[in-house]
Ligand binder design. Structure first.
Ligand code: NAI
Length: 711
């Protein structure tokens, strides 16, 4: 696991776990590092220095998340012991009295960076594939291998918290150098020589700054005047950033850092371990590890991509419709080097779509992230046009014209004979069923739904919708394109509203239903934010417009198909009245659940109090759970109906596409963590109080009875 090589008194420790493709903090590592530090201690009088490096493409991948995700509260004492052992070893290394240097040949994240932080010097290979950082916060954890204690002592409280610990940023080598968590960036081929040179030139006793006499934390401790001014505002800022959502990791990180800065190293380190254990034994870290590590990894590794289809790379895309969505799609495609033909009804309209990219790029130039030449090159890839013939040579078409089946079929017909004969045909429709849309399209096997979210440049998710005739080859190609534009694809089967819009609909319509019952709209919005929803339901309904549920209902009625529609949903009474009686259609129209004054922030329309009701109060827990349960129950129906093809797609889709609170790790992980039998009981209670839509689906009841989970 750790190779030992002593050349003229310089020991190189090369980490190389034979059981895995990356080094992680498992039992083998602990045993090997334990033996290595013991031997270093025994031989230290004869040593000139130690180099730590890795034989893997990554330096060290961090904690073992498989193990971490299985930890139970009853394991707390054992976890504490293990973390303390990791730290004991690293502490021996940094107090050995011999200079120790990390030669970071590949990514060092989490525990990997923590090993490097315990070295006296850190040198990184100049390779932009390398990432450095402690992303634990994004998994509901804190860096418990000394990461909090050492970064605070290296950088000071403010920088450690703001630049490293609370954002969990993954930094490229030069960025890490500017932040100060590494000391040198050298050409990859020179890495080991640079490490040896540093040892050879090392003069004095090898000690960390914090082990030297008179050491003071940079920027001071909480009692020093500068920090005394900064720190009191910090919890409030954090609360604001988290919008009151109960994320324990940022709070624990802050407490460990602040408390640890006021005591000696050993005590700080133990405080950090205690906070780590409290997070690692809790449910939120498990939820977040499941979703943001395992589910995401499964999706990115192609779990939902049909196998046996050669990898596809798009070269030239025709985007039909240069409105809000088409303009965004053109931008994300051009960004990765795909040539874009952007077509609208007139050249002016198409050019306006291109202007959207110009605006986004101007911001990049302003921030110093792009040069004028790079912008010019980027923009040269987007050709606006009104002529369908300009789509000649396109191997991919993404349609984003108005939401009309007839129009969509017409624009595909216009380009059918122009584009490559096997071009992939995608529609960005948000509501029209893919199978019936395909009926009017040549080559329906090459056609599928490619549902982007707004704003396209920022939203990570793309929902691929498989119609009855969509071929596996088409799904695989579409999957590849989504990865090519560096987004995350989920694959679902066709259904009205697909997966995301259906589940999103249950959330916003539940908000409307509560308004109908006379529940204070402020309570509804606040409960959602405090539950961890990035945006509350009434505000979101305003964003998507209040006429959308009406359109979906009307289309469903016309098609005689009620799945995914809201025909008998009590929230419809509110949206119908707001639209028909008060002409309040949502944000774009300037009035909806909210008022949108020209100056100042939006506020809830006071008329809501007057028009709906009588005023009722229900427990806040019910307000919160009506939203999370409505979404999870609809998600389970999507599994039951075969709309969803995998649990990973459900979890990632519900968080990335429709804002299911990330602390629950997605809509099905929420049900798993709640416990299926308990979820059934609670769903029945909600059904008895608030309506039959909360009745648990048969699949859920069956799984609860036989002790299964979604997984
Ligand atoms: P938009 O109204 O901003 O843009 C539509 C564009 O299509 C307009 O520029 C229009 O001139 C153009 N167009 C109309 N007829 C055309 C034709 N024959 N040839 C070429 N272009 C034509 O609409 P938006 O919001 O961009 O939506 C486009 C599609 O994306 C719709 O199907 C919508 O349901 C879907 N969608 C919208 C989302 C949103 O948040 N706005 C999210 C996801 C999907």
């Amino acid at each position: 696991m750790i190779d030992w090589k002593n050349v003229e008194g310089v020991v190189t420790l090369t980490m190389d776990d034979p059981s895995a493709s990356a080094n992680t903090m498992n039992d083998a590592y602990l045993a090997a590092m334990g033996a290595a530090v013991e031997r270093l201690q025994a031989e230290k009088d004869d040593l000139k220095g130690v180099v730590i490096t890795s034989a893997k493409p990554t330096f060290f991948a961090g904690g073992n998340l498989q193990l971490l995700s299985r930890i139970q509260p009853s394991d707390a004492a054992e976890v504490f012991e293990t973390v303390e052992e990791v730290k004991r070893q690293l502490r021996i290394l940094e107090t050995l009295g011999v200079p120790v240097v990390a030669a970071i040949n590949g990514s060092a994240l989490g525990g990997g960076l923590e090993i490097a932080l315990a070295c006296h010097h850190r040198i990184v290979a100049d390779d932009n594939r390398i990432e450095l950082g402690v992303p634990e916060v994004t998994l509901g954890l804190l860096p418990g291998g000394g990461g909090v204690t050492r970064t605070v002592r290296m950088l000071g409280l403010q920088d450690a918290l703001m630049k490293v610990l609370l954002q969990g940023q993954r930094m490229k080598p030069l960025h890490a150098l500017s932040v100060g968590i590494v000391d040198e960036v050298v050409p990859a081929g020179d890495l080991l020589d640079a490490a040896h040179r540093w040892i050879a030139s090392y003069d004095g006793d090898a000690k960390q700054p914090w082990d030297r006499d008179g050491y003071k934390i940079p920027g001071g401790t909480p009692s020093s005047p500068k920090l005394a001014a900064f720190l009191p505002a910090f919890p409030a800022n954090l609360r604001k950033q988290l919008k009151g959502a109960p994320y324990p990791a940022p709070r624990a990180i802050m407490s460990a850092a602040v408390e640890g800065s006021q005591v000696d190293f050993a005590t700080a380190s133990r405080i950090e371990s205690r906070y780590f254990v409290s997070l690692a034994t809790g449910q939120i870290a498990k939820n977040m590890i499941q979703a943001f590590f395992f589910d995401l990894q499964a999706i990115n590794a192609g779990a939902s991509r049909p196998s046996g289809v050669p990898k596809y790379q798009a070269r030239k895309v025709g985007v039909l419709g240069a409105g809000m969505m088409g303009a965004g799609i053109a931008y994300v495609c051009a960004k990765v080097g795909i040539e874009v033909v952007l077509k609208d009804v007139s050249l002016e309209a198409a050019a306006r779509g291109k202007e959207y990219s110009e605006k986004l790029l101007a911001k990049q130039v302003q921030k110093g992230r792009m040069t004028a030449d790079q912008v010019a090159e980027f923009l040269s890839r987007i050709t606006p046009t009104a002529d369908p013939n300009d789509l000649a040579g396109c191997d991919l078409v993404i349609e984003a014209v108005f939401e009309s089946e007839e129009l969509k079929q017409k624009v595909f017909a216009e380009v059918a004979g122009v584009v490559e004969p096997d071009a992939l045909l995608c529609s960005n429709t948000s509501t029209l069923p893919i199978t019936s849309l395909a009926d009017g399209i040549d080559r329906p096997d090459d056609f599928l739904g490619m549902h982007f979210f707004s704003p396209v440049d920022r939203m990570q998710l793309v929902e691929l919708i498989v119609g009855e005739k969509t071929s596996d080859r088409t799904i695989a190609k579409a999957y590849d394109i989504v990865r090519q534009i560096r987004k995350t694809p989920i694959v679902v089967n066709d259904s009205r509203g697909f997966f995301t819009s259906r589940v999103f609909g249950t959330l916003v319509m539940e908000g409307a239903a509560m308004v109908a019952e006379g529940i204070d709209p402020v309570t509804i919005e606040r409960a959602a934010t405090a539950a961890g929803f990035p945006a509350p339901p009434l505000a979101m309904l305003d964003e998507v417009t209040l006429t959308l549920p009406q359109k979906i209902r009307d289309a469903a009625r016309a098609a005689g198909d009620n799945a995914g529609a809201f025909d008998d949903h009590p929230g419809m009474a509110v949206t119908d009245r707001l639209v028909n009686e008060f002409d309040r259609r949502g944000k774009a129209a300037g009035a909806g659940f909210y008022e949108y004054p020209e100056v100042g922030a939006k506020y809830l329309w006071p008329g809501l109090w007057k028009e709906f009701g009588p005023r009722t109060e229900i427990p806040v827990a019910d307000v919160r759970e009506r939203m999370t349960f409505a979404m999870s129950l609809e998600t389970i129906k999507c599994v039951e109906e075969g709309v969803l093809r995998s649990v990973a797609d459900a979890n990632i889709g519900s968080m990335f596409g429709i804002g299911f609170p990330p602390l629950h790790g997605g809509a099905l992980q929420y049900v798993n963590a709640y416990g299926l039998p308990e979820f059934v009981v609670r769903a029945r209670e909600l059904a008895a109080s608030y309506g039959h839509r909360f009745e648990p689906p048969a699949l859920l009841v069956r799984k609860a009875e036989v002790g299964e989970t979604f997984g």
